[in-house]
Design a protein around this ligand. Structure first.
Ligand code: ZN
Length: 377
């Protein structure tokens, strides 16, 4: 089964809808990928994910390389079998994690050396080894090792990160090319455009990477502390530099309103820890805005968390019960909150796909804000 991408609709303003075909099933875009860093979306089973409408999940190469190690995942028959998720999986390369989590990292043009944040052991990752690790893990979509410069950074630092990211992207293609068939399905490599908030550097990065003809392109280095104006502006600017017929993935973004604004600017794929991490801490996103479950206003509210939501949590439990679970520190609380938040994000994507097809996106966007603006958070 080979990888493909087909646009099925483009709205006047630039929002797109399409279908990604992978060896483990199709993904309708725009798509949100729940984050399963350690080969698990925290507190959810694959059945929960399916019930929420999940079509693809993200796992992390850096974390899985350190623990349990790609050799064990390969021995288990690959990540799909290991975690019992038969659908498509994208693995992040770990570049971002090396730069944000690992100690004593040393970057060279060869790769990056660092100490594991788990046991302090010395590690070295290269663009080639990161692809081999992902091939052993068995993901459908692999990401190149990139250099994500910190924010804010000088133009010089951003330019160096762009140059390194291009060199590393070329090297990640050298051993096998952008498409590798193993175990009966095709795995593909996506490149990552860097350049911080500098338009000329984004342009250079996009030009160099698109000349290498990857099956898909990500926009990296955003949602790292820049303003919303920069986030939306750079995403829009960069999306226009990418080929029409390839999927565009905005990494690590974001709040529900960020997804709406990025879809409006022609982005097709997203991942973010926002819904799951916040849910575990008792903050959930709803069609009426953000809700902090521990707020006293929920104490005797026997209505559902979100009257417009069809998730298991909203169908069966009240705000008062959810607040009680969080106040009592019960583990069902974070789980039920996560079930809702993931469903809310995926339902949002479903709605956007529908209104793009009907060319009603602009009108829908206004209605979304009319409701969502009434936030109690
Ligand atoms: Zn719900």
């Amino acid at each position: 089964m080979s990888f493909g991408f087909k646009l099925t609709g483009t709205e006047r303003g630039g929002a797109r809808t399409g279908i990604l075909t992978t060896g483990h099933g199709d993904v309708e875009t725009p798509a949100f990928m729940p984050v399963g860093t350690q080969a698990t979306v925290k507190s959810l089973s694959p059945d929960d994910l399916r019930a929420a409408g999940t079509q693809i999940i993200l796992a992390n190469t850096y974390h899985l390389h350190l623990r349990p190690g790609e050799a064990l995942i390969k021995e288990a028959g690959g990540i799909h079998r290991f975690m019992s998720w038969p659908g498509p999986i994208l693995t992040d390369s770990g570049g971002y994690q090396v730069f944000s989590l690992a100690d004593l990292r040393k970057i060279s043009f060869d790769g990056v050396s660092f100490r594991s944040h788990i046991d302090g052991s010395s590690r070295h990752l290269t663009p080639e080894s990161v692809i081999d690790i992902q091939l052993d893990i068995g993901s459908d979509i692999m990401m190149v090792l990139d250099h994500c410069a910190e924010y804010p950074c000088s133009r010089e630092t951003a330019a160096e990160a762009v140059a390194r990211t291009t060199q590393w992207a070329e090297r990640s293609l050298a051993p096998y090319g952008p498409r590798v068939t193993r175990d009966g399905y095709e795995r593909v490599i996506f490149a990552i455009v860097q350049g911080s908030v500098f338009e000329d550097l984004r342009e250079r990065s996009a030009r160099e990477l698109t000349s290498l003809d990857f099956p898909g392109y990500a926009i990296g280095g955003l949602s790292v502390g820049e303003s919303k104006k920069d986030l939306y502006g750079v995403a829009a600017f960069t999306a226009k530099l990418l080929p029409e017929d390839k999927p565009r993935y905005l990494m690590g973004v974001g709040f529900p309103e960020d997804l709406v604004e990025a879809v409006a600017r022609g982005i097709d794929m997203f991942d973010c820890v926002m819904p799951t991490r916040n849910a575990r801490n008792g903050t959930v996103f709803t069609s009426r805005g953000r809700v902090i479950l521990k707020n006293s206003s929920n104490r005797d509210d026997f209505g559902p968390l979100d009257p417009d939501c069809d998730c298991y949590t909203c169908r069966n439990y009240s705000r008062a019960y959810l607040r009680h679970l969080f106040m009592a520190g019960e583990m069902l609380g974070p789980r039920l909150a996560t079930v809702h938040s993931i469903r809310f994000y995926l339902h949002l994507m479903e709605e956007m796909r529908q209104v793009i097809k009907e060319d009603l996106f602009s009108q829908w966007r206004k209605e979304f804000y009319e409701k969502y603006g009434k936030s109690d958070g």
